[in-house]
Design a protein around this ligand. Structure first.
Ligand SMILES: [Zn+2]
Ligand SMILES: [Zn+2]
Length: 296
């Protein structure tokens, strides 16, 4: 089959890759109908993270072509939306609602790579969700958004405790930020402030439920959020960018006792400690993450 491989930063090729096969009884093989590029693919592309012949893609929808003997929830011929994190949806962590931290969690990016014709999806029962029947072609891009950005935005809104009576501020107007606006609305938030400078995205934010738009950034953006919230800041703030600046903007926009949902893929230490001696690697492209014992 053909699949996308990033040889090194800026060098992306479509190549012949081996066809995936069932390995574990809990696997499924999915023939991919649609896949896309994520903002997080840009870090290795730009050379901010290492890239060495890695398979690309983690957002996907498709049709189940084959299932292992233990798979019960999806069957051959089903149209499925897959998550960008593998989960069994059965362990204690999954049952508590945190499937992305499943004891069997594995990122689809770099290990499976769904910018390809087919993919082997482990723990198919927990990771894949079948749609009722086959969707019309014009619905497929919307279903693809449920593979990552909707779940990520929803997670951020829940982590920020968005809900009835709450004022929610969303930092970032990309796909995740916009889906966080939608999630906050669905969770019953009273007021939703989208921080955005792009007219097209502002329009979408309003469509998904934003009641206010703030164009200012940094200290000015924080001041504007305070102005809109009687000087207190928002109850719930969602950070969906991942830079040092956006993170500090989110912290500043949160009221005392409020909650911050942080899902922007960061490439810098939040405390920007150049002397940090305790980075740890994660399966997510080996990006260093703070181990929590930062001296600053
Ligand atoms: Zn993604
Ligand atoms: Zn689990």
């Amino acid at each position: 089959m053909r699949g996308v491989v990033m040889h090194t930063a800026g060098d992306v090729r479509v190549e012949e890759r081996e066809d995936p096969k069932i390995i574990e009884p809990t696997d499924a093989i999915v023939k991919l109908t649609a896949t896309c590029i994520c903002g997080s693919d840009l870090w290795p592309y730009r050379g901010i993270e290492p890239a060495d012949h890695q398979v690309m893609g983690h957002e996907y929808v498709g049709v189940v072509e084959e299932v292992g003997s233990a798979v019960k929830n999806v069957k051959v011929g089903d149209f499925v939306v897959g998550s960008f994190v593998i989960s069994d949806n059965a362990c204690e962590i999954c049952q508590a609602g945190f499937q992305s931290k499943c004891v069997h969690a594995e990122f689809v990016a770099q290990t499976i790579g769904t910018q390809a014709e087919k993919a082997r999806i482990p723990h198919a029962d927990g990771t894949l969700v079948a749609t009722p029947g086959h969707p019309d072609p014009e619905l497929i891009p919307a279903l693809l958004a449920a593979s990552d950005v909707l779940g990520t935005g929803w997670y951020a809104a829940v982590a920020a405790e968005a809900g009835p009576g709450k004022t929610v501020a969303v930092v970032g107007d990309g796909a995740v930020g916009l889906m966080a606006v939608l999630a906050a609305k669905q969770l019953g938030a009273e007021r939703i402030i989208a921080m955005s400078r792009h007219p097209e995205r502002q329009k979408l934010a309003r469509y998904y439920g934003a009641t206010d738009i703030v164009e200012e950034r940094g200290e000015e953006g924080i001041a504007k959020i305070k102005e809109l919230t009687n000087g207190l800041g928002a109850h719930s703030v969602i950070e969906a960018v991942g830079t040092q600046e956006s993170f500090m903007q989110a912290v500043g926009a949160t009221r005392g006792g409020g909650h911050l949902g942080y899902v922007g893929v960061n490439t810098t230490c939040p405390s920007r400690a150049s002397s940090c001696s305790s980075p740890v690697s994660t399966p997510w492209a080996g990006r260093p993450r703070c181990a929590g014992s930062c001296p600053t």
